[in-house]
Design a protein around this ligand. Structure first.
Ligand code: 5GP
Length: 115
């Protein structure tokens, strides 16, 4: 039985969202609490609770996650101006939703280091 998370409910449409990209393996939708003018979450449909829980068999998925993020960044119009990809993990990493996701953030000058 596959695990249900907030993001599986968003992917299935049970919880409404503003989707910007979807294919067989991934779904991307706007973050409900955006940290910048562009803030999208790219989520594998396979539930991996956190990046550290990814297995050898997820090698291809993780590569395609980044390549798909590039497609989404291009589609969102931030590929040239620049952007940041973030994967939060665990308590100190600030991860709220236990379903691996990549934040795609851009549309303004981003500060460094992050808080
Ligand atoms: P995390 O802290 O786990 O890396 O990121 C979770 C993200 O999910 C947060 O940026 C938060 O704003 C976003 N989020 C939480 N609940 C919802 C929701 O119901 N819909 C959408 N679109 N985003 C959500």
């Amino acid at each position: 039985m596959s695990m249900e998370t907030l993001f599986t409910k968003i992917i299935s449409g049970a919880i409404p969202s503003d989707k910007v990209y979807e294919d067989d393996e991934f779904c991307a939708f706007k973050d409900i609490n955006p940290a910048a003018p562009v803030h999208v979450l790219l989520v594998p449909k396979k539930v991996i609770p956190e990046i550290g829980a990814a297995a050898e068999c997820d090698e291809g998925l993780l590569g395609r996650l980044l390549l798909s993020a590039n497609k989404v960044a291009e589609q969102l119009g931030i590929a040239e101006s620049g952007f940041r990809y973030i994967i939060n993990s665990g308590a100190h990493g600030g991860q709220e939703v236990p379903h691996l996701h990549l934040h795609i953030i851009g549309g303004r000058q981003l500060g460094w280091p992050p808080g």
